[in-house]
Design a protein around this ligand. Structure first.
Ligand code: 2NL
Length: 342
């Protein structure tokens, strides 16, 4: 009897320590302990050799031992099933389904680039409404009602209230800044503007403009030239050349248009520059004293320069887009062309 009890104690330790990593090992455990020729059966068979007065105690020990073996067997089976489920057809470590990411619109690419270039020079970004009143869009910009230059900027009027219109340039946003803020003012205004035009490859009823404004004491035309020269070198590379041609805008005096050397032919002459070696990229000038005075800015004390450019034009030169309509047709073949662009 003593011997068997010792044997059972050893077996108990063995069973507690037992492990199984697959079905075969679990089955081997079952056969070894619970099988018809297994240890539990064999020990039970010892009952006949146990003296009568100890049979009861031995029976109890054997029942406990059998329960222990069965518990262990069940827990081995459970942990194996857990493992199997985790490694089943739901592999949580597989990569997810790829979500296709879009590309940035070329106008957005150009706008972001322009903003980051002017930010280096201390220009803040100002934004304003696309629906404007006559004052901010025209009159305050030195374009009185009967001014012939208004014809060039014919736009769309709001039916219910014709004193509201769709802005023709982002000057209106610069106007709103001058209303609120005293000089020094150094801002750029990117945004969508509208014109009443028949849609073609070279004209559209809306486009995207960036205007810039710098008003402070002693701002000169030299500042204007240096600022814009810095801009085109950052935008188009260090070898680009610039030239200014006299021009006319009601809101600037003097006014000038700026050309850059043709990037396609390097100045040799090609179709893009119409064999002149130069392409126009923006309009600019010194802010007209009337415009400053319209906002209570003393034009004797302060001067300023301003400029305006079409982002579509910059985009056309940078990415060779030759039809304005492409920008708003949402043709994926066109948009995907810009997936690698910066
Ligand atoms: C162009 C030309 C220009 C301005 C815009 C401006 C703004 C204020 C005062 C004076 Cl607040 N001028 N803006 C000046 C010259 C040209 O735009 O070709 N835009 C697409």
């Amino acid at each position: 009897m003593e011997e068997i009890l010792e044997q059972i104690a050893t077996l108990k330790n063995e069973i507690s320590a037992a492990t199984a990593t697959n079905k075969d090992e679990i089955e081997a455990f079952r056969i070894k302990y619970l099988g018809t020729k297994g240890i539990v059966k064999a020990l039970m068979g010892e009952m006949k050799n146990v003296p009568n007065e100890q049979k009861r105690a031995f029976g109890q020990t054997m029942n406990e031992f059998k329960l222990l073996v069965e518990d262990k067997y069940n827990s081995l089976k459970e942990s194996e099933e857990d493992l199997e489920n985790a490694a089943g057809d739901e592999d949580l470590f597989l990569p997810g389904q790829q979500i296709p990411v879009g590309t940035r619109h070329p106008i957005s690419l150009v706008r972001n680039r322009i903003i980051s270039i002017f930010r280096k020079l201390g220009f803040a970004v100002a934004e304003g409404p696309e629906i404007e009143d006559d004052w901010h869009n025209f009159t305050a910009m030195n374009l009185p009602e009967d001014h012939p230059a208004r014809d060039m900027q014919d736009t769309f009027y709001i039916h219910q209230n014709p004193s509201w219109l769709l802005r023709t340039h982002t000057s209106s946003t610069q106007a709103r800044t001058m209303e609120k803020q005293k000089p020094p003012i150094r801002i750029i205004c990117p945004g969508r503007v509208y014109r009443n035009e028949t849609i073609s490859a070279r004209a559209h009823c809306f486009f995207h403009q960036v205007e810039g404004l710098y008003v402070a004491e002693n701002v000169s035309f030299a500042d204007l030239k240096q600022t814009l020269y810095f801009f085109v070198k950052e935008m188009f590379g260090p070898d680009v050349k610039i030239r200014f041609r006299p021009s006319y805008f009601p809101f600037t005096e003097p006014s000038a248009e700026m050309d850059i050397s043709c990037l396609i032919c390097g100045g040799e002459g090609c179709n893009v520059c119409k064999h002149t070696g130069w392409v126009e990229i923006l309009g600019s000038g010194m802010v007209h004293p009337n415009v400053l005075e319209n906002f209570g800015i003393d034009s004797k004390k302060y001067t300023g320069f301003a400029f305006g450019m079409g982002m579509e034009r910059i985009c056309q030169l940078k990415y060779r887009v030759n039809d304005l309509r492409l920008y708003s047709q949402n043709d994926l073949r066109f948009l995907k062309e810009f997936s690698g662009a910066l």
